[in-house]
Every structure is written in structure tokens, then in C-alpha cells.
Design a protein around this ligand. Structure first.
Ligand SMILES: NC(=O)c1ccc[n+]([C@@H]2O[C@H](COP(=O)([O-])OP(=O)(O)OC[C@H]3O[C@@H](n4cnc5c(N)ncnc54)[C@H](OP(=O)(O)O)[C@@H]3O)[C@@H](O)[C@H]2O)c1
Length: 276
């Protein structure tokens, strides 16, 4: 099986390197194209056997599964370019959430899937969100999920929940890192603890908390209750957080959804009204 990548920026590179590191794929099964060719060339230099190609069509024609890892604004041009090379047997995987399955099914004859990765896949962890188009057969889903399972836990979701699931699974690492960073900043400012020590303690805490919640049998609620005793120090800290975070996540979700709606509208006008 050959797997192609169009777009070897941040996410395309993370996926390629994760598939290689986990032996999900050999370098000679991979073909990569990128607008700035040097980026694809660099991957080929680091992973002998991986083919860097100058044309998106060549990447598409040589792939059984083709990942498109470009930004929404660049998507339509790529689709127009590769259309003659993607016959109905191929699986095209978009990792770009505002490009909807119906946009792709109307413009391409092949099987369509949308997979939203997370930076956590770089350490073979976290979810990949999977949405399947109508032409994906059970065997296609099995092949794709077997690949994704090397680097993540695939979760099939309805496209209507793509945004909120991405907030949690894909933007979540940035949100959590920001939250912890603010905690560390305050610790340094208020107590004089060395920043490096505070960062190390906080990062180990995040790792351990993740393990307790995924493998340790805890829920968010049982974990919170186990650590805090009524009237104790942790409970006081939680009281402050509850007060200060009131409404924060509702605002966050409203904001990400309205930005997403804007992006879907922009993609719609590229796909269905190319003059605008
Ligand atoms: N970053 C994340 O954590 C994350 C998570 C989930 C999903 N995503 C989605 O993944 C997509 C890519 O994000 P990213 O962070 O990887 O962006 P990025 O780092 O900007 O990478 C996009 C790549 O696409 C290339 N490109 C653009 N137009 C092209 C064309 N016509 N032909 C070939 N290559 C082309 C760009 O080439 P140049 O080198 O010339 O710019 C760039 O290397 C986005 O839709 C994003 O929403 C990202």
C-alpha cells in the first residue's frame, strides 16, 4: 500500500514521522509533495526511500491513500489539480475540518474520509477524529483505521460534531498548555520558585493526570474528589477556579464555532462560487 501526502507542513510532517516511527509504514511506501519543494525534499533526505515529488498529481497518482494536509484556503486549488488522478478506488483523506465531506464528494470521484489529527499523535497518543463519506466501504475503513491506530485512538464522529470534538481533541493540547503555563507563571511570580522546576513538576503532573484518566480508572469527578477533602487546601483552590472559570468554556466554544462557521463559508464560496 502506498500512502501520499500533499502538504508537508506542521501536521503533514508530524503524521509522516509518526507513521514511520511506529513502523506503520516503511519510507518506500510514502510519497510527499509540498508547494515549497524543499520541505518535502528534507523529509526524503532524513528518511531514505521516501519519495519527494514536485507535482501534486504525481503524489496523487502514486497513492492508494492520499492525505491532504494544506490549509482550507489552499484546498480547492489542490483538488482541482489532482482530480484527473484520483480514480474511484483511492481513498482521499482530508485533515482540514472546514472542508466538508460533501464539498469533496461533489468534486472528486474517489472515496472520501476526513481525519482530524492531534499534535498528541506525535507521541502515539490522543485521538484522531474520523468522519467517513458515503463511498467508504467497511474494508476501506478498516485499512485506514489500522493505519491510524499506530499513532492514536481513532474515534468515529458525526461531521456535525467535528468542531466541538476538535476543540477537545485537537485544540485541547494548546488550551491545556496555556492553562498550565499561566499556573506556572503565577507560581514563579508569587513564590520565586525556579521556572524550570515549576515547568518540570507541572509537566509530570499533566502526564500522570492523563494516565489516571485514561488507564487508571478515574473519571474527572472521582479524581477531583479523591484529591480534595471538604474544607481542605485543594478544595479552596477549586473554589477559586470554579468562580473564575464561570462561563469561560461556553465563551470559548461559542468563539471557536463562530470562527469555524466563517471558515466553512469561505470554503463554500471557493468550492461552489469560485469567482467570489
Ligand atoms: N496543526 C495542528 O495541530 C492541526 C491539527 C489538526 C488539523 N490541522 C489542519 O491541518 C491542515 C494543515 O495545517 P498545518 O498546521 O500543517 O499547516 P502548515 O504548517 O501551514 O502546512 C500546510 C502545508 O501545505 C503546503 N501547501 C499549501 N498549498 C499547497 C499546494 N497547492 N500544494 C502542495 N502543498 C501546499 C504548504 O506549503 P508551503 O511550505 O509552501 O507553505 C505547507 O507546507 C490545516 O487545515 C489545519 O486545520 C492542523
Amino acid at each position: 500500500m502506498n500512502v501520499g501526502f500533499i502538504g508537508t507542513g506542521s501536521m503533514g510532517t508530524i503524521l509522516i514521522e509518526s507513521f514511520l516511527r511506529t513502523n506503520a509504514l516503511r519510507p518506500d511506501q510514502l510519497i510527499a509533495a509540498n508547494r515549497t519543494f524543499a520541505k518535502a525534499e528534507r523529509l526524503a533526505a532524513v528518511h531514505p526511500g521516501l519519495r519527494a515529488v514536485r507535482s501534486n498529481r504525481e503524489a496523487a497518482a502514486g497513492s492508494d491513500i492520499l492525505f491532504i494536509c494544506v490549509k482550507p484556503k489552499d484546498f480547492k486549488a489542490v483538488i482541482d489539480e489532482i482530480r484527473p488522478c484520483v480514480d474511484p478506488s483511492r481513498i482521499l483523506v482530508s485533515i482540514t475540518s472546514p472542508v466538508l465531506i460533501r464539498h469533496l464528494e461533489e468534486h472528486l470521484p474517489c472515496k472520501i474520509a476526513k481525519v482530524i489529527p492531534s499534535i498528541t499523535n506525535f507521541v502515539n497518543s490522543g485521538a484522531t477524529l474520523a468522519i467517513y463519506g458515503s463511498r467508504m466501504e467497511p474494508r476501506d475503513i478498516e485499512v485506514l483505521e489500522n493505519l491510524l491506530k499506530h499513532v492514536s485512538t481513532p474515534h468515529v464522529i458525526p461531521e456535525s460534531h467535528a468542531r466541538v470534538c476538535s476543540d477537545l481533541a485537537s485544540c485541547g493540547p494548546a488550551f491545556l498548555a496555556f492553562f498550565i503555563e499561566r499556573f506556572v507563571d503565577a507560581a514563579v511570580r508569587c513564590t520565586g520558585i525556579a521556572r524550570a522546576d515549576a515547568c518540570r513538576l507541572a509537566a509530570e503532573m499533566v502526564r500522570g493526570t492523563g494516565l489516571l484518566l485514561t488507564e487508571g480508572g478515574f473519571t474527572f469527578e472521582t479524581l477531583r474528589e479523591r484529591v480534595s477533602v471538604p474544607g481542605g487546601i485543594t478544595a479552596e483552590g477549586l473554589r477559586i477556579l470554579a468562580l473564575d472559570l464561570e462561563g469561560t468554556f461556553e465563551r470559548l466554544i461559542r468563539t471557536t464555532h463562530s470562527k469555524y462557521d466563517e471558515e466553512v463559508n469561505k470554503v463554500e464560496s471557493l468550492f461552489f462560487n469560485p469567482q467570489s
